[in-house]
Design a protein around this ligand. Sequence first.
Ligand code: PNS
Length: 162
Amino acid sequence: MSRIAVVPGSFDPVTLGHLDVIERAAGIFDELHVLVVHNPAKEALLPIAKRVSLIRDAIDEARLPGDITVTSWSVGLLVDYCTEVGASVLVKGVRSQVDVAYETPMAIVNRNLARVETVFMLPDPGHAHVSSSLVRQVAGLGGDISPYVPRAVAEYLATGGR
Ligand code: PNS
């Protein structure tokens, strides 16, 4: 039986920390779906379709091996997508206890909703300080975000999103 996992998130934009988790998860599961989901609690920078294409560009550029699909979901619960594609596992990167505290209630609700288990994965400590919200802030104020994001993202934001 093949193990299918979903890596969900806002990915606004995808960071090197996300890419690290995607690479590690792709090495464990037979099939990986990177799923861009709108988070209404966060003010968006990039349109969903652009986030998807930047993740695809980053995966291509890093030549990540494995069976990786990148897509988005906006028509219901995250676990509905999991059921649709036969995924039994969600993978979430956790940088700190703060992330664990944020993710734990969602993990329990997702398990109760559809028996989908959540696996917490530790990114490389070198990425522990990297977040999309910090990248949005630094980019918005004209700072250099290239140490924190894939090249495609740095180039796209450097040109003002054109
Ligand atoms: O990168 P983020 O913003 O921390 O990702 C959060 C996200 C999008 C994964 C989360 O908000 C989510 O799962 N949204 C889908 C809606 C849903 O299924 N909610 C109920 C279970 S938590």
